[in-house]
Design a binder for this molecule. Structure first.
Ligand code: NZQ
Ligand code: ZN
Length: 384
């Protein structure tokens, strides 16, 4: 096992009727900015519950944070935070709203050009504290220090990480996910699945705790994921998917093990150039990447095939093929197509995506740093 130092400061408040806890979780006397997206929270009753819980606080709101939140919008919010001397941020929404608000938290207290936080990895030394209400289980952002922001002007989708932007608390009420459109619920299952794979599907370092946790999450997503589509009103299914998605990217399973993240980095370029949903890009890239990297990932692919998909063939090459085919079939079963062509993207996109990877310095990806631009090109060609 590799060395690690792990701390996750986010308090998770999980279950039905937990939104009212907000009143006690926000530090007394805070000047609060409630942030949200395009208005889904106004249609499912979440907004009203939050407003009720904010009674007695000095608060205001900022809405319109887009899916794949834009730098431009977030900078307007950061200005508002500075101007109004906001000292607590309360994002209510999915990954985009929470990620976007983490960036607002950092940008509002950053002295220079806040784009440098994303483009140059400029370190932040302070951030406005935040706590969140999650409405879409997928990204794990509710209890991690990551944020992904898109600059529409330059078609760049870039991430930053900081311990300073972990939410202080995250309210996870599975009933708020009943209103999710099936497509978004399915996206969430695929995203969480790929988060586990990014931290598991590398090479063995004799870390059975991490492996078994990861395999448990994959099993859960394979079993519960399709039920989200078939039994959308089943509370237990929603609860299990919600907790699995948090556990997939709260840092725990990734401690002490190598990590990949090439699927995400290549996927981000597809979103930046063609606007696909985050999970759609992952469903396209991961099966091709596993096929391309079957050599370096061989031991883990065999373990995954045997333990997660219960494959028992003697022929190891066939076992690996089947493990990859099952992965692709699972995404398709969730209604998330796995080829660029399924989204109307033609083969000439490969050159553009490789150029974008190069421009953003994504030239040594993967757990071995061996996914250079040529390898990325082959992965994308397999995905056409
Ligand atoms: O904007 P509103 O009106 O809220 O609608 C949203 C949005 O249109 C809607 N929605 C959310 N909760 C709902 C709901 N509709 C009905 N009922 C509900 N309960 O769903 C749509 C998509 O929301 P979005 O937040 O964009 O989705 P998701 O949670 O999948 O987040 C995706 C973003 O997270 C980033 C992605 O790159 C992408 O920008 N990621 C963040 C990560 C992190 N911070 O660790 C890791 C991930 O790999 C990912 O990169
Ligand atoms: Zn993701």
């Amino acid at each position: 096992m590799l060395n690690f130092s792990y701390q996750n400061p986010t308090r998770i408040v999980f279950g039905k009727d937990q939104l009212a806890q907000l009143t006690k979780l926000i530090p007394p006397g805070s000047k609060v900015l409630l942030t949200y997206g395009g208005g889904s929270i106004k249609h499912n009753g979440v907004y009203q519950q939050v407003v009720n819980a904010l009674d007695g606080f000095d608060w205001q709101e900022f809405s319109g944070i887009e899916p794949n939140p834009s730098f431009e919008t977030l900078m307007r919010a950061a200005d508002l935070v500075r101007r109004e001397k906001i000292d607590f941020l309360l994002p209510v929404g999915g990954g985009s709203v929470i990620d976007g608000t983490k960036f607002i938290a950092a940008a509002a207290m950053f002295a220079g050009d806040a784009w440098d936080i994303l483009a140059k990895g400029a370190k932040i030394s302070a951030a406005v504290p935040l706590g969140c209400v999650l409405t879409l289980p997928a990204t794990g952002t509710e209890s991690n220090g990551n944020s992904v922001v898109t600059r529409y002007e330059t078609q760049q989708k870039l991430a930053f990480s900081s311990a300073l932007v972990y939410p202080q608390f995250a309210i996870l009420d599975p009933t708020v996910t009943f209103s999710l459109p099936p497509k978004q619920a399915a996206n969430g299952v695929v995203d969480a699945f790929v988060h586990v794979m990014e931290q598991y599907m590398t090479y063995p370092v004799n870390a059975p705790v991490q492996d078994r946790f990861a395999e448990g999450l994959l099993h859960t997503l394979i079993e519960e994921g399709p039920k989200v589509l078939n039994q959308p009103d089943n509370y237990d299914v929603r609860a299990n998917v919600m907790w699995a998605a948090t556990m997939a990217l709260n840092g725990l399973i990734g401690q002490g093990v190598p990590q990949d993240w090439a699927t995400h980095m290549i996927g981000h370029e597809i979103t930046a150039l063609y606007g696909l949903d985050h999970a759609q890009t992952l469903a396209i890239v991961l099966p091709s990447l596993l096929q391309q990297q079957r050599g370096p990932k061989r031991d883990k692919l065999l373990q995954y095939g045997r333990r997660v998909w219960q494959l028992q063939h003697q022929d190891e090459e066939r076992l690996i093929d089947d493990a990859i085919n099952h992965t692709r079939a699972f995404f398709e079963q969730m209604g998330v197509p796995t080829r660029l062509a399924d989204y109307g993207i033609k083969a000439d996109a490969v050159d553009k995506l490789v150029a974008a990877l190069q421009a953003n310095g994504m030239v040594k990806l993967g757990e071995h740093g061996d996914i250079n631009l040529d390898v990325s090109r082959q992965i994308l060609q397999r995905a056409v």
